[in-house]
Design a protein around this ligand. Structure first.
Ligand SMILES: [Zn+2]
Length: 154
């Protein structure tokens, strides 16, 4: 099966790019701002990151979080990294979910099972159409440009 994170189609979801990573907007967002940090290289596990990728991972993720939070208006977030099929990883290409969270968002209705809710919604939610996605990516890119000095420091 072709890896959806390795093809050119992924470019339309990209809003921020580093040396080894790219930040994508999730095509089926579970909440506003739901984004992904993805390696440019096809790597299935966090444990397979090479030294250069490891070095960039944290600072790149901070930058992507900054942009996703500004976009969503949230100040808090969950990070979800699913490793392997049994852990709920559906695409075997490393992707860290950034989930901006608000007090009464659609994941918080039942706090105990929010992760299960996330996993259900991740696949059941409606896929954004091209027009919606373009609009969102444009907003995210504008946030990245307008705050580039702040983001550089992260
Ligand atoms: Zn891949």
């Amino acid at each position: 099966m072709k890896c959806p994170f390795c093809g050119p189609a992924i470019n339309r979801q990209a809003f921020y790019t580093g040396k080894h990573f790219v930040a994508l907007y999730d095509i089926r967002p579970v909440v506003k701002g739901h984004s992904l940090v993805v390696t440019k290289r096809h790597v299935s596990s966090f444990l397979d990151l090479n030294a250069e990728e490891k070095a960039e991972f944290v600072s790149f993720t901070k930058k992507a979080i900054y942009i996703a939070l500004k976009f969503s208006g949230a100040h808090q977030f969950d990070l979800i990294l699913q490793e392997g099929k049994d852990a709920g990883q559906s695409i075997r290409h490393l992707h860290l979910h950034i989930i901006p969270r608000k007090r009464k968002d659609s994941l918080s209705l039942s706090k105990a099972s929010w992760l299960r809710k996330f996993q259900e919604k991740e696949h059941a939610n409606r896929q954004l159409d091209e027009k919606e996605l373009r609009k969102i990516i444009q907003k995210l890119k504008t946030i990245a440009e307008n705050n580039s000095k702040e983001i550089e420091k992260l």
